[in-house]
Write a protein that binds this ligand. Structure first.
Ligand SMILES: Cc1cc2nc3c(=O)[nH]c(=O)nc-3n(C[C@H](O)[C@H](O)[C@H](O)COP(=O)(O)OP(=O)(O)OC[C@H]3O[C@@H](n4cnc5c(N)ncnc54)[C@H](O)[C@@H]3O)c2cc1C
Length: 555
């Protein structure tokens, strides 16, 4: 919602472009059969389209609207999401605009009780978190979509129904220029939390709704405070409740505050109420100057997801597949990981490198990640908005103890997102046998980046396919080389990285070997999304090739 007198797209800081529906070839009766249709050009649909395009796969991307999402919605982009943006070639504008951060403070009754410091090492290319309004996320992704010849972007194109024969899907699309039928081999349903695609297919989200309600308000104010996350428990301006505050670019601040028990929702969202409540919070944080109200909305936490994300050739990604509480910044980031995960898998199937069975690993991997988010988010949600008197007593006891006692302080941390390890994935299950490592990224984990001695990072050296990182002692090993040759036949896009041989990868001071806990003969196999598919302390050609074949949908 916006203040009275301002239209739904009249933002204080963002100019919404308006896009016309293109004249689709289908309207001329010329429509081709598409390889992939993506329903929904929110951040997740656009990221899926760009991931497919990075692997050379074309798609058609449909959105019912004529511009980006209204309101700032998601504000926090995690390091792993920045890594995804880097891989699809769009990280630069994010780095230029977004506000990076790694610290946070939690206050109880005005006293600092917890200081958050998110892990960050000199090897990291990106900070743990960046704040950026979702409109910019969508704009930067769209700038890349618009330039990409492989993406047929169609705004003002609403999908009204779907039928699903076994070899694909048929969508009926309504546009201001007329209606048409669109045929596609695969459909990615990225149509958001209310997902019409879910309804067309008779699917329902399962899970829990939490009782506590939050108001989310964005204000513009020249408030001189560093970019970090502030959480207030039982503050003067919201007695018994909580408040979260984040800085965004352009002097825009996100203020989330919990409604008081019994506070009627319809009154809480009146502009006058919002101004009074937000004004009190702004005074409490010591801002004395002017402020303007940009936008507000009301929110309650849900942990809801589909039982299965893949239904024949229709695959659900982002909010259409799951709705997670915003505490811990998981909604957007979790969806971006879905898009990247299905993007490479679908591209590998369509490029004829992998078997269609590979797609069956999408749902266990990404639904597993969502259930993990639920487990963490449920704890945060109960702490932020205790559901019962018992929870309130426990929360308040932990907070008051944390004023003077170190051991209780971590309770006051609204948990942040960390990448999920695909430990139980059908792609990684068997390859953990014989793991003799004492450190380094485990099988199924997101591979960490490494800063190279001459500048730049390891991931900058990679192409778009699988990656084999082989550790040498200065000379090439024939068995390793033979194995790399077999892997390159399985994936023509494989990057073979030979650490300890020459140039930037000579690793004279052993930094890279230490990061991977590697010795000469060690080999790591990474999937195209840079998760560890397998690792071997010493070369084992049969297992390595078997692991790669499993990651290509074999058994
Ligand atoms: C008020 C609010 C605050 C939020 N705050 C946070 C936060 O702080 N942190 C966080 O991580 N996340 C937050 N989120 C969640 C975050 O915004 C979503 O997770 C993210 O937008 C999901 O992206 P998506 O692409 O899956 O869906 P959406 O962004 O909803 O995009 C779906 C797209 O599908 C299109 N569409 C729908 N139906 C059709 C159809 N029939 N035909 C064609 N197109 C269709 C829509 O027009 C839309 O563009 C917030 C959300 C809201 C609403």
């Amino acid at each position: 919602m916006r203040p009275a007198g301002r239209g739904p797209l009249e933002s204080l800081y963002f100019n919404y472009p308006l896009f016309e529906a293109p004249r689709a070839a289908e309207l001329e009766g010329l429509g081709p059969r598409h390889k992939v249709a993506i329903v929904g050009a929110g951040p997740i649909g656009m990221t899926a389209a760009l991931t497919l395009a990075s692997h050379g796969v074309a798609c058609v991307l449909l959105d019912q609207k004529e511009t980006f999402n209204d309101g700032s919605r998601a504000t926090c982009i995690s390091r792993s999401s920045m890594q995804i943006f880097d891989q699809i070639g769009v990280a630069q504008p994010f780095l230029e605009k977004a506000l990076g951060w790694r610290f946070g403070s939690s206050f109880y009754q005005g006293k600092l009780v917890y200081r958050l410091e998110m892990p960050h090492s000199p090897n990291d290319k990106f900070l743990p978190m960046y704040n950026l309004q979702q409109q910019y996320v969508e704009q930067f992704l769209h700038d890349a979509v618009a330039k990409c010849q492989l993406i047929d972007m169609r705004w003002s194109s609403e999908v009204r129904s779907v039928t699903t024969p076994t070899d694909g899907a048929t969508l009926s699309v309504t546009t201001p220029r007329g209606d048409y039928t669109l045929l596609s081999d695969y459909v990615l349903a990225a149509d958001g939390a209310r997902s019409p695609m879910r309804s067309f297919m008779g699917l329902r989200l399962q899970g829990d709704n939490y009782e506590g309600k939050y108001v989310i308000a964005d204000v513009r104010m020249a408030h001189d405070f560093p970019t970090e996350r502030r959480a207030f428990f039982d503050p003067v301006s919201n007695p018994g409740g909580t408040i979260l505050i984040h800085k965004q670019p352009g002097d825009i601040w996100r203020i989330d505050y919990q409604l008081q028990d019994g506070e009627p929702e319809d009154e809480a969202i009146l502009e006058a109420t919002i101004r009074a409540r937000v004004g009190a919070i702004i005074s409490e944080i010591g801002h004395l100057g002017d402020w303007d109200l940009e936008w507000w909305s009301i929110y309650s936490a849900n942990t809801l997801c589909l039982d299965e994300y893949k239904h024949g050739r229709v695959i659900f990604i982002g909010d259409s597949a799951h709705i997670v509480p915003i505490f811990g910044v998981r909604g957007l980031n979790n969806g971006l990981a879905d898009a990247h995960n299905i993007g490479w898998k679908l591209a590998y199937v369509l490029n004829g490198i992998a078997d269609e069975a590979l797609l069956d690993s999408y749902s266990p991997e990404r639904r597993g990640a969502t259930l993990d988010v639920f487990a963490n988010a449920s704890k945060s949600t109960r702490f932020m908005t205790p559901p019962t008197r018992g929870w309130t007593l426990m929360r308040d006891a932990a907070l008051s103890l944390s004023v003077d006692n170190e051991f209780a302080r971590p309770f006051a941390n609204p948990r942040q997102m960390t990448p999920y390890t695909y430990g139980d994935s059908p792609l990684t299950l068997a390859s953990t046998a014989g793991d003799q490592f004492l450190g380094g990224p485990v099988v199924g984990a997101a591979c960490p980046n490494v800063a190279l001695p001459g500048g730049g990072h390891l991931f900058d050296k990679l192409d778009r396919g699988f990656v084999a990182i082989a550790f040498h002692d200065g000379t090439a090993d024939t068995e390793v080389e033979a194995t790399l040759t077999v892997l390159a036949k399985l994936d023509p896009n494989l990057t073979a990285v030979r650490i300890g041989l020459d140039g930037a990868l000579a690793d004279q001071d052993g930094t890279i070997a230490r990061a991977f806990c590697a010795v000469p003969g060690t080999l790591y196999l990474l999937r195209p999304d840079l998760y560890v598919a397998g690792r071997w302390r010493s070369i084992n050609a049969d297992e390595i090739v078997g692991s790669m074949q499993r990651c290509l949908g074999g058994h």
